[in-house]
Write a protein that binds this ligand. Structure first.
Ligand code: G6Q
Length: 554
């Protein structure tokens, strides 16, 4: 699939390496001073989103070299391979077609010569019908009461997307329906939700692509037991449990009526699945039409990704800047700073999207990667982060690029808040970029009445090195459409990076080992024969068993 020749030996990479030496000593302050059109030069729009990437340690040559890197690594043919349904997930032998789920243009999308769009439209239609029936009250619980609470039981890709989107779109939430998300196998998670809801008015959505995931199956089984203990009979389960899965056999075995199963396909990766039936909670919360707008926004970004020249292509630009800092500046993390409370779960969502996709050490053909791959992705909504970890962003010893994300408009109607929020967002990216020199600090302290030793001693603490890079993404609003475009932007960014680094963005073998060991340890904790372990694991198992025994006795 992807380019298998050496990345670091390529002409484009080597040109970037020597260019990096030239630009290392250049300050963004100077670049802005020298070029009044820097914002215009280094900003681009797509699918309604504006990306300002002028506050990066780049000049026109950097961008040209980065674009050349993308071109020489085959980003364009790789993009074509994904969109045409080739099995680019080579370690699992699967096509990767989340773009088909939001293909609003009417063209066929084929896997092995078969158009998948009729099935996609059929499930979307059924999801929409179901969501509307629950919302308008035609779908009721077993006592005839209206549904008031929806509990999504799922984890990872079957949780983070819909949980993030439901929070992002909560301003448009249905007045009666409360959405809950249970993912953790820690019983506190499910128990905390169950104590707030009534079996007669609660709908459980059991979301699991495989329908074998231990956390989800354990939570779903407990939820079913709780439901039956509330007085309902087996026949009532169908009114309160629906499934989102690719595994009809397991769904039926769990006792969910297949008429209430919403399917998807092996060519939808878990962390790319919020556009599929996995998005059912979102459709329940905002309705069929708004869910369609979410897909429209993602589709608009898909078109932008396919049609915009690489130089103006938002996902390509974001990807290349990430490769630049990771490969040439030693940046080990990327901070995501949404200046929008509604996007509070976006950093967690992107954490999975990026780290599970490109957190790899071997290339598609199994060779060790030649450069660092995915950085650590982390973040919190601004302005909260400013009062916590932004200290490190401004004055810490690491270079941490930041993606600032904000909506130009809001719907809450509270006077003054939004202007202050945006002022802070813009101020932070400016402060990171300009910093504050010792001379500036000296002048400031002098005019505040400091002098002599006290003044000199205070200076180093108040200096900001500046020259710290960031992107700013402005959304027109927090609508489903804008959210769809934003998420699709990051999906394609990750894809472009995977092509450049030569890794498979669509498998996740790194999550398997822990699962295997956990099932062996669980058997031992339940009293099974002790296995061969290192001293630490033995000691921890003994501590857990001793605590369990003590709890049993007392
Ligand atoms: C995502 C991963 C992973 C997956 C969960 C849940 O890309 O594959 O996060 O979504 O492990 O899997 P199921 O949907 O099969 O329960």
């Amino acid at each position: 699939m992807h380019e298998s020749s050496s990345l670091t030996q390529s002409a484009a990479w080597r040109a970037l390496a020597s260019h990096r030496d030239e630009i290392a000593s250049v300050s963004m302050r100077d670049l802005f001073a020298a070029d009044p059109a820097r914002f215009e030069r280094f900003s681009a729009s797509g699918a309604g989103l504006l990306l300002d990437y002028s506050k990066n340690r780049i000049d026109a040559r950097t961008l040209a070299l980065l674009i050349e890197l993308a071109r020489s690594r085959g980003v364009e043919p790789a993009r074509g391979a994904m969109f045409s349904g080739q099995r680019i997930n080579n370690t699992e032998g699967r096509a990767v077609l989340h773009i088909a789920l939001r293909n609003r243009g009417g063209e066929p999308v084929e896997v092995d010569g078969r158009d998948v769009m009729p099935e996609v439209r059929d499930v979307l239609q059924r999801m929409g019908d179901f969501a509307e029936r629950v919302r308008d009250g035609r779908w009721r619980g077993y006592t005839g009461e209206l549904i008031t609470d929806v509990v999504n039981i799922g984890i990872g890709g079957s949780d983070l997307g819909p949980a993030m989107a439901c929070q992002a779109l909560s301003a448009r939430a249905h007045a009666r329906l409360r959405l809950h998300f249970v993912s953790n196998i820690d019983g506190d998670h499910l128990a905390g939700v169950l104590e707030k809801v009534d079996p007669a008015t609660t709908l459980f959505v059991v979301a699991s692509k495989t329908f074998t995931t231990i956390e989800t199956m354990t939570n779903a089984t407990s939820a079913r037991r709780w439901f039956l203990a509330g007085g309902a009979g087996e026949a009532d389960v169908a009114k309160h449990f629906v499934a989102v899965s690719t595994n009809a056999e397991r769904v039926a075995r769990f006792g969910i009526d297949l008429a209430n199963m919403f399917g998807f396909w092996d060519w939808v990766g878990g962390r790319y699945s919020m556009w599929s039936a996995v998005g059912l909670p979102v459709a329940l919360q905002v309705g069929r039409e708004a869910f369609g707008e979410l897909l429209d926004g993602a589709h608009a970004m898909d078109r932008h990704f396919v049609e915009a020249p690489l130089e103006e292509n938002l996902p390509v630009i974001l990807a290349l800047l990430g490769v630049w800092y990771r490969g040439f500046f030693g940046a080990t993390s990327l901070s995501i700073a949404p200046y929008a409370q509604a996007l509070a779960r976006l950093p967690a969502y992107l954490q999975q999207l990026e780290m599970e996709s490109t957190g790899k050490s071997v290339t598609c053909d199994g060779r060790p990667v030649e450069t660092p791959t995915c950085p650590v992705i982390w973040g919190e909504p601004g302005t909260n982060g400013q009062h916590a970890f932004f200290q490190l962003l401004h004055q810490g010893t690491d270079l941490v690029p930041v993606d600032f994300i904000a909506s130009l408009t809001t719907s809450h109607g509270l006077a003054g808040h939004h202007r202050l929020l945006l002022a802070n967002c813009i101020a932070q990216s400016k402060a990171l970029m300009v910093g504050k020199t010792a001379e500036e600090v000296r002048a400031e302290l002098a005019s505040a009445g400091f002098s002599g030793e006290a003044l000199e001693a205070a200076i180093p603490h108040r200096v900001f090195p500046g020259n710290r890079p960031s992107n700013t993404l402005l959304l027109p609003d927090l609508s489903p459409r804008s959210l769809g475009a934003l998420v699709a932007l990051y999906e394609h960014k990750v894809f472009v990076q995977s092509v450049i680094w030569g890794v498979n963005a669509f498998d996740q073998w790194g999550v398997e080992l822990g699962k295997q060991i956990a099932s062996r340890i669980d058997a031992e904790l339940a009293g099974g024969t002790a296995g061969e372990h290192d001293g630490s694991t033995r000691g921890l198992i003994a501590a857990v068993r001793a605590a369990a025994n003590a709890q049993e006795r007392g």
